[in-house]
Design a protein around this ligand. Sequence first.
Ligand SMILES: Cc1cc2nc3c(=O)[nH]c(=O)nc-3n(C[C@H](O)[C@H](O)[C@H](O)COP(=O)(O)OP(=O)(O)OC[C@H]3O[C@@H](n4cnc5c(N)ncnc54)[C@H](O)[C@@H]3O)c2cc1C
Length: 384
Amino acid sequence: MNEKKRATLILIGGGHTHALLLNKIRQSGFPPCRVILISSTRYTPYSGMLPGVIAGHYTVEQSHIDLKVLAEETACEFIEEKVSALNPDKQQVTTESGEVLEYDWVSINTGSTQRRTVKASNAITIKPVEQFLHWLETDTRLAHEPFNLAIAGAGAAGVEVALALRERFKSNKQLDIHILVAGQKILSGYSIKVQALMKEELERKNIQIHFGFAASTSKDENVLISTDQETLKYDQLILATPAIPVPWLVESDLAVNSGGFISINQHLQSTSHSNIFACGDVADFQSPDHDIKGLPKCGVYAVRQAPTLYSNLKAHLTGEALQSFQPQPKFLSLLSCADGRAIASRGWLETRGRLVWVWKDWLDRQFMARFPLPKKDAMKYSDT
Ligand SMILES: Cc1cc2nc3c(=O)[nH]c(=O)nc-3n(C[C@H](O)[C@H](O)[C@H](O)COP(=O)(O)OP(=O)(O)OC[C@H]3O[C@@H](n4cnc5c(N)ncnc54)[C@H](O)[C@@H]3O)c2cc1C
């Protein structure tokens, strides 16, 4: 009976921000209330280690957080389910199995997926990550056969995945890897020096870059065609194309930007509903104070937003003033070359080498050391 009277906070999605939020609650406490985490997956991936998992540097378990155990240690209820609807007026969340949960305030951290720019057969997106890793574990063709792999998109995810796949399948000399770039540069948003270092790296690993190749499907199956009629035959296409939000959001009445991402203010609060917060990739951060209109979709911001989210979710109960999130204009970016080297960039620092990898590996392991990890072999991706 008391359960119903307690204020209820629902956390939708177990992304980086919510994992860190639970960790903070575990360490510092939270005013009495009912907290429920709903995540489509019990094990949530840490993006910084994904290229390392693909390349074989880490086990899948080393790179995932066990949300169920984390929630248990935080006195938070855990529901492993996909949220399929949010009704801000009735203050209800609906899961795919039809369960309806009422909330007083809610926080959304459901990440993003890739835009399906090409409606092609044999095409897979990198996110959801569990689906991608399952494909990687079960598709045996890449290891042994003549194979043409095409990757659409040359942002950080596209290039890191290309290098990691080259490393993983380096014994297969008949594996051709192609990166399709709609424009004329890779890693847009990065400096010219970092773009050049990465281009050199891809070329050194015999990964073919096709600039100006905005792919569409030809009438022949497994052939891509560019706007200039260049064709590319492929066996598998990986979409590392621009991020889009999870589809159910668009149907809620939340204010979203033109891309469908939740519009949030400097307090990480929905611009249309003050009892709804959003963070990470799913949110479109706008701060008139700092003249910021949108942030890049990268894990760094999802991580940095956690302390502000903790304060502001708490403030909903305590009545304290809301904190503003202040994104740093520059942040350290570490890109894995997948062979024991990495590229670092932050302001004037732009370098590549083994020490950078040692540094990245140390930072990533430190990050994961805060969380409960899945038990050995808990995450079996193979069907057997
Ligand atoms: C290969 C690769 C490498 C990357 N490397 C880097 C890097 O080095 N540095 C960097 O800053 N960024 C990197 N990124 C980008 C980074 O992955 C994202 O920016 C980051 O994951 C966003 O975090 P998030 O907290 O918003 O959500 P996510 O980490 O994506 O988590 C979202 C969670 O919500 C759950 N979820 C989704 N939909 C629902 C639903 N309907 N109901 C319930 N739960 C749901 C998902 O299962 C998932 O657990 C990389 C991305 C990729 C693909």
